[in-house]
Write a protein that binds this ligand. Structure first.
Ligand code: PDD
Length: 287
């Protein structure tokens, strides 16, 4: 994103503050060690898209690294709603981050250190996204990440490097490969519609984030009668696919029209992808 930081109200540990005052100490463990968890939920008018599963995943990620979840789901929701209200956000995302807290820089810290909680909104044109019309070009990169990619950790250096590589190539997203097989996008889940017309995405494991949008899209795809398979697919299979798309909280269902400069589906968003995006958006806006 090339937008400068715009003025708004952010949330830090119980307080709603102008962004410039919304700060944490440099001894915050999220800053020093990437020792924290995050979530991103899309906001469409009054509706928070798939918010319950996002908050459930937040809880799961926190448990996985032994950080106490400082809030119940109703408390999280109330803070999100208040922040969206104070920022008058109509369309965009709400970002939550929980770090293990502030402590002298040592690799471990006592169990009773209080987690730091930060939340901010980002205004975005999610519905009328021009890329959804044209489709996105992507490149493949090596997956350089650690072994617990199912945890939504703020330690995102490998993804940041992948996104810079995509930016240098003039494309929207990087799709990560391990042993020639797709894991996922730098910030998204990848799907292909195979030459046999089967919707394929990698099965959940420690190798990929359990995408919330992935799960909703798989359910909607099955409801429309598509056959969905959870299995690995290679770069070669992706290049030969009828359609390719990626999903995430902020892109919903995004058609892919080129991989490493090779056209997919004649370089146009495919009909099944367009249909799944439309159905997903319909449901997301209904609430
Ligand atoms: N990223 N895989 C990775 C590595 C991701 O970072 C994301 C989301 C996804 C899709 O998950 P979901 O459908 O639950 O958003 C898959 C968010 C949007 C981000 O980092 O901004």
């Amino acid at each position: 994103m090339s937008a400068p930081v715009t003025l708004r109200i952010a949330y830090v540990n119980g307080r709603y503050l102008p962004l410039a005052e919304a700060t944490l100490p440099i001894m915050d463990r999220g800053f020093l060690f990437g020792d924290g968890i995050y979530e991103v939920t899309a906001v469409l008018g009054d509706h928070f898209v798939d918010n319950e599963p996002h908050l459930a995943r937040l809880d799961r990620s926190l448990k996985a690294i032994g950080i106490r979840n400082p809030h119940t789901i109703p408390e999280w929701t109330a803070i999100q709603r208040e922040l969206v209200r104070q920022n008058d956000l109509k369309q965009g995302t709400v970002y939550i981050e929980v770090t293990r807290g502030t402590h002298e820089r040592e690799f471990t810290c006592p169990d009773d250190v209080a987690p730091n909680v930060v939340m901010f909104t980002q205004a975005k044109n999610l519905l009328a996204n021009p890329m959804a019309e044209t489709g996105a070009a992507v490149i493949t990169v090596d997956d350089l990440r650690w072994a617990r990619r199912d945890i939504k950790s703020v330690a995102l250096l490998a993804q940041v490097l992948a996104k810079f590589e995509a930016k240098r190539a003039g494309v929207a997203e990087a799709v990560m490969l391990e042993d020639g097989v797709v894991t996922e996008g730098a910030s998204s889940t990848f799907f292909i519609l195979s030459s046999a017309g089967v919707l394929v995405t990698r099965a959940l494991s420690n190798s990929v984030l359990p995408g919330v949008t992935r799960s909703s899209v798989m359910r909607l795809a099955r409801e429309t009668g598509l056959h969905v398979e959870e299995r690995p697919f290679s770069r070669q299979e992706m290049l030969a696919a009828r359609e390719v798309f990626y999903t995430s909280a902020s892109s919903f269902v995004m058609p892919v029209v080129a991989v490493d400069g090779e056209k997919i589906a004649g370089g146009m968003p495919g009909p099944i992808t367009k249909k799944l995006r439309a159905i997903y958006l319909e449901e997301a806006q209904k609430g």
